[in-house]
Design a protein around this ligand. Structure first.
Ligand code: ATP
Length: 246
């Protein structure tokens, strides 16, 4: 049986709604809307909304947030796979470590995984740009953002939101227990194949170097300039070097 998926006409943030209603259902469940008014990203950043033109989604997992960074990487991979299935033969999607989903080098989807305070539950929030025209991102000052429609992919938010939300929920319900049991190792080959950073220059607050690999905990291995190999944790850094020049 499929995991429950609820639709809201509007939400400030689906992560905030899920954290305020952690027992809306048991097991794995999800909530989504096409109208999110105060979306959030990592490190306190905002996620820009466009009513009726994008999917704003949160899955609730009934486990403590032991593997938050790796869950974010897994979610990015599952978003790529769900979109490739839905829009077959498939848009050319890549992943910018840790979990930005890129379409033609621009940001199509963002992910924010969080614990639920005081509860052994984790939320995994995903925003996917479906049909915004380029003007929406220009007006929001987001030159590195893209939607499927901007690249000529026939997305229809009203038609596609529910099946995408269901596919993501089923995939997370299937894969998250494996992640909890075995860590990120089973996903590494698929992740590496999609990861646009590997072999390229990256910079972050405090350093710069060449990205070498991703490890079984989801950390990015970097040959730091003038130094040895460092492992970057997802919660600490925002890696630059893919959107525009270093
Ligand atoms: P980075 O994009 O530098 O890797 P991040 O992974 O920490 O940062 P997220 O938490 O995924 O960022 O998303 C927030 C950032 O994404 C914002 O700072 C903004 O640059 C960009 N952004 C905000 N809204 C959108 C959107 N609808 N589509 C694409 N990008 C967006």
């Amino acid at each position: 049986m499929s995991a429950p998926v609820f639709c809201l006409p509007r939400a400030d943030s689906t992560n905030a709604w899920a954290k305020a209603h952690p027992d809306r259902s048991g097991g794995v469940w999800a909530v989504y809307t096409l109208d999110q008014t105060a979306g959030r990203g990592r490190l306190g950043r905002a996620w820009a909304g466009a009513a009726g033109q994008a999917l704003y989604y949160t899955a609730v997992l009934p486990w403590a947030p032991a593997q938050l960074p790796a869950l974010g990487l897994l979610a990015g991979l599952l978003v790529c796979e769900a979109l490739q299935d839905r829009y077959a033969p498939g848009p050319d999607l890549t992943l910018k470590w840790p979990n930005d989903v890129l379409l033609a080098g621009k940001k199509l989807a963002g992910i924010l995984c969080e614990g639920v305070p005081g509860r052994d539950k984790t939320v995994c929030g995903i925003g996917i740009n479906l049909c915004q025209p380029a003007a929406v991102f220009a007006a929001a000052g987001l030159p590195h953002a893209a939607s499927l429609a901007m690249l000529g992919i026939g997305a229809d938010a009203k038609r596609d939101a529910a099946p995408l939300a269901e596919a993501l929920t089923d995939a997370l319900a299937r894969e998250a227990p494996m992640l909890a049991a075995q860590g990120f190792a089973p996903y590494l080959d698929r992740y590496r194949a999609a990861c646009v950073n590997l072999g390229r220059r990256v910079a972050w607050d405090g350093g710069a170097g060449t990205a070498l690999d991703v490890d079984e905990s989801g950390r990015l291995l970097v040959a730091e300039d003038g130094s040895g190999t460092v492992r970057l944790f997802t919660g600490e850094v925002s890696v630059r070097g893919i959107y525009g020049a270093l």
